[in-house]
Design a protein around this ligand. Structure first.
Ligand SMILES: [Fe+2]
Length: 271
C-alpha cells in the first residue's frame, strides 16, 4: 500500500502540516455562545455559504452515508444564510448533549482533544473568501458545520468521538501519531459500507467539492479498516487521498475503538 508502514515519527503532525502553510493555531476557545459577538457577515459571505451548501448538497445522493444524510436533515441548517453557532449548538445539544465552542482557527492537539473529551466541538465562525470556493488550506465554518457537526448528532458517532478525545489525552507522542492517522481516516476521510453500497462519512470529503467527486472514483484504493494498517498509514493533508478505509458500521467503529484504546492503555478497562 502506498506510503504505508513508514516510521511513525517520520510524519509531521496535522498541526505541523498546517503550520507549514501559515494557518493560524490558536489556544483560545469560547463556549459562552450567549455572550459571544456574532460576526457581521457581508452579503457576499452569506452567498458563499449558499453557493457551497447548494453545491455540496447536490453531490450527496449516492455518495454520503445514510447516517450523515439523516443527521443533516435533523440539523436543519439554513441553506441561504450563515448559521449562528448558538443555533447549531442548540440542536446538537438536544440530540447528543454535545455543544459548540467557538475558535478563531486551528486548536493545538491537546486543547482539541480536551474539548472532545468534554463533548465540545471547536468550531470556527468565519467563512472562506470567495476565491477559495474550490479549496482553502484553513478549515472554515463550512467545513466545521456542514462537514463535522451533522454526525455529532448521531449518538453512536458522538460516543466514538468523545472516547477518541479521552483516549488521545492519555497518549504519548508515538501513540498520538497513530491516533491522528486513525482520526484522519475516520473523522476526516472515512468511508462506510451502507446496505446501499460504499458511502462517505468523512467531513474532509463531504465539505469539499473536489474530494466529494474524487472519493468514490477509480483512482482511490478502498481498504477494510484495520487498526494495524491505519495506525501506520502515512497521509498528507494537502493532497487528494489515494488510500482510504471503509468501516462496516458506526457500532463497529465505537466498539473497535474502545477495545483499541483499552488494549493500548489509553482508556481504563470497562470504559
Ligand atoms: Fe476537519
Amino acid at each position: 500500500m502506498k506510503e504505508a508502514n513508514k516510521n511513525s515519527h517520520s510524519q509531521p503532525s496535522v498541526t505541523d502540516q498546517y503550520r507549514s502553510v501559515n494557518v493560524e493555531i490558536t489556544t483560545t476557545h469560547n463556549s459562552d455562545l450567549k455572550n459571544l459577538v456574532v460576526p457581521r457577515y457581508t452579503e457576499e459571505e452569506h452567498e458563499t455559504w449558499a453557493i457551497m451548501f447548494d453545491r455540496q448538497f447536490r453531490t450527496l445522493p449516492g455518495r454520503a452515508s445514510q447516517e450523515y444524510l439523516d443527521a443533516l436533515k435533523l440539523l436543519n441548517l439554513p441553506t441561504k444564510r450563515i448559521p449562528k453557532l448558538i443555533d447549531v449548538s442548540a440542536v446538537l445539544e438536544k440530540a447528543t448533549g454535545w455543544k459548540l465552542t467557538r475558535v478563531a482557527g486551528l486548536v493545538p492537539e491537546k486543547e482539541f482533544f480536551e474539548c472532545l473529551s468534554q463533548k465540545l466541538f471547536p468550531c470556527t465562525d468565519f467563512i472562506r473568501a470567495r476565491s477559495e470556493l474550490e479549496y482553502t488550506p484553513s478549515p472554515d465554518m463550512f467545513h466545521d458545520i456542514f462537514g463535522h457537526i451533522p454526525l455529532i448528532t448521531n449518538q453512536t458517532f458522538a460516543d466514538f468521538y468523545e472516547f477518541f478525545g479521552r483516549a488521545a489525552l492519555n497518549a504519548d507522542s508515538e501513540m498520538l501519531t497513530k491516533l491522528q492517522r486513525i482520526y484522519w481516516f475516520t473523522v476526516e476521510f472515512g468511508l462506510i459500507r451502507n446496505p446501499e453500497g460504499l458511502r462517505v462519512y468523512g467531513s474532509g470529503i463531504l465539505s469539499s467539492i473536489g474530494e466529494s467527486l474524487w472519493a468514490l472514483g477509480p483512482n482511490v484504493r478502498v481498504h477494510p479498516f484495520d487498526y494495524k494498517v491505519v495506525e501506520n498509514q502515512f497521509y498528507e493533508i494537502f493532497h487528494m487521498q489515494e488510500d482510504v478505509f471503509a468501516i462496516e458500521s458506526f457500532d463497529w467503529l465505537l466498539e473497535s475503538f474502545r477495545n483499541y484504546a483499552v488494549k493500548n492503555r489509553l482508556l481504563p478497562a470497562g470504559a
